[in-house]
Write a protein that binds this ligand. Structure first.
Ligand SMILES: Nc1nc2c(ncn2[C@@H]2O[C@H](COP(=O)(O)OP(=O)(O)OP(=O)(O)O)[C@@H](O)[C@H]2O)c(=O)[nH]1
Ligand SMILES: [Mg+2]
Length: 257
């Protein structure tokens, strides 16, 4: 993988279609796609791709949802994401684009929290952010979905530099058609996502710099996952968690900031 690749961080709630979108950009099935209710991607994994001679690394990340019990913030996934931003800032080209993947047609609270954590918390609005809405195979006109719904995102203070309305599955194979039932809208969707990347990616990636970045991030956990404040504060008081925060600092190599 080239050190000159631009880094695109693909994020969104569990099961929104992140790995499927990465596979469609790469015309591959390498990124594991989940079929059950539980999340499939936990560690951040890089997949390289080339668009018009430019090399990109697509980072498949874990969704920052509330835990399986519904109330426990997924600390491990959060730590992995902190490490990723640290790693991209110190040994890499920084972050060039945030790609937010959301499953249409309903906007969930988990989607809003993920947006807030990544765009405002991790990257301080310094990295362009685009949205890919999956699951629109039953719409008469996929692009109309964004025209109708952009305002609903704005009401939630969610703004994007660009949007693509897509179908990220080819669907059940039809013997009559000789292809998957959604293969046509799937094929239409690929260039929309490629265009989003080409139009919005930063040549010079953003790198985290403030010394207190990791501590600041905890503030964003509290803001984004506000309902969990008492639980998070209680957890923060525990010695084991203090030690874990120390580990995050170490893994981020704060001394170099
Ligand atoms: N109907 C429909 N299903 C989709 C679409 N995109 C993805 N899926 C399905 O949604 C499920 C989850 O897709 P993934 O690509 O694994 O989602 P993910 O965001 O990577 O999930 P995690 O890694 O578990 O967070 C799979 O069963 C996909 O086949 C879409 O556009 N339409
Ligand atoms: Mg995945």
């Amino acid at each position: 993988m080239s050190l000159h690749s631009q880094n695109i961080v693909v994020f969104g709630s569990t099961g929104s279609g992140k790995s499927s979108v990465i596979n469609m950009i790469r015309r591959s099935s390498e990124a594991p796609v989940s079929s059950g209710a539980s999340g499939c991607t936990f560690q951040s994994t890089a997949y390289s791709t080339k668009l018009q001679d430019k090399e990109y690394r697509l980072w498949d990340t874990a969704g920052l949802d509330e835990g399986k019990q519904g109330k426990v913030f997924d600390k491990k996934a959060f730590e992995n994401l902190c490490s990723l931003v640290g790693q991209l800032s110190h040994n890499n080209n920084g972050v060039s684009l945030l790609m937010f993947v959301m499953r249409g047609p309903r906007i969930t609270d988990a989607a809003t929290k993920n947006y807030r954590m990544f765009y405002e918390g991790f990257c301080r609005k310094q990295v362009p952010i685009v949205i890919v809405v999956t699951g629109l195979e039953n719409e008469d006109d996929m692009d109309q979905w964004w025209i109708t719904n952009e305002g609903v995102f704005a009401e939630r203070n969610m703004f994007f530099h660009g949007a693509a309305c897509v179908t990220a599955i080819t669907g059940k194979f039809s013997t009559r058609l000789g292809r998957g039932i959604h293969a046509d809208v799937y094929a239409e969707s690929i260039p929309k996502i490629e265009k989003l990347i080409q139009n919005h990616v930063l040549t010079e990636g953003w790198k985290k710099s403030p010394k207190n970045w990791a501590l600041d991030i905890w503030k964003w956990v509290l803001i984004a996952f506000g309902a969990l404040v008492p639980i998070v504060l209680q957890v923060l008081e525990q010695d084991a968690v203090k030690a874990a925060i120390g580990e995050i600092f170490d893994s981020l190599d704060i001394a170099q900031s």
